[in-house]
Every structure is written in structure tokens, then in C-alpha cells.
Ligand binder design. Structure first.
Ligand code: SF4
Length: 98
């Protein structure tokens, strides 16, 4: 289950960047995997999503949001679920050491 306590407040200024996203209006199935998707199918779908993200004007905001909110699913800011998990885990390890 998604933890909503990490999400920004429901204030439009905080979410306005999403209006500029190139994924807006596109089929969300490009960015979020269907149940039981594995292997090449997943890699191909994620590559397609990341290609869209590469030219998105709000990539930085999207990526920062996804890492801050620890979005568990989908491609956000050109990053897949595993990539975000690795960064979040590395950040936690670094903070424990510091
Ligand atoms: S970076 Fe990708 S997921 Fe984020 S708003 Fe842009 S197109 Fe959508």
C-alpha cells in the first residue's frame, strides 16, 4: 500500500509542474507496468517511457518528487522503480553512517 504521508500538501503550486509533463494525456500503461509483466516486455515498456521523459521539460521536478515521495510504482523523471529503490536505499545507508 502506498504511504501518502510523504506526498506534498494538496496545494496547486506544489503540483503545477505536472501540467507540463509530456506524459500528460498519454496512455498510463506506458509508465506503469501491468500485473505480471516481466523480462523483455518490461524493459521495452520502460525504455519507451524513459524516452518520453528524456525530453520532458519538468523531468527534474518529477524525479525530485518521486524520490521525495518514494513513489513505489512506475517510471517517474526518467527513472524506473528499481533505480529509485537503489537511490533511496543508498541515501538511507549514507544517512545512517553520517
Ligand atoms: S519526466 Fe516523465 S514521468 Fe515525469 S512528468 Fe515528464 S514525462 Fe511524465
Amino acid at each position: 500500500m502506498t504511504c501518502t504521508t510523504r506526498l506534498p500538501k494538496p496545494v496547486t503550486d506544489v503540483w503545477d509542474w505536472q501540467l507540463e509533463g509530456l506524459c500528460r494525456g498519454r496512455n498510463s500503461a506506458i509508465f506503469f507496468h501491468p500485473e505480471n509483466e516481466r523480462g523483455y516486455a518490461r524493459v521495452a515498456r520502460e525504455s519507451k517511457a524513459k524516452e518520453i521523459c528524456r525530453s520532458c521539460p519538468v523531468l527534474a521536478q518529477c524525479r525530485a518528487h518521486a524520490l521525495r515521495a518514494q513513489e513505489p510504482y512506475g517510471v517517474w523523471g526518467g527513472m524506473g522503480e528499481d533505480e529509485r529503490r537503489q537511490i533511496i536505499a543508498a541515501t538511507r545507508r549514507r544517512l545512517k553512517i553520517a
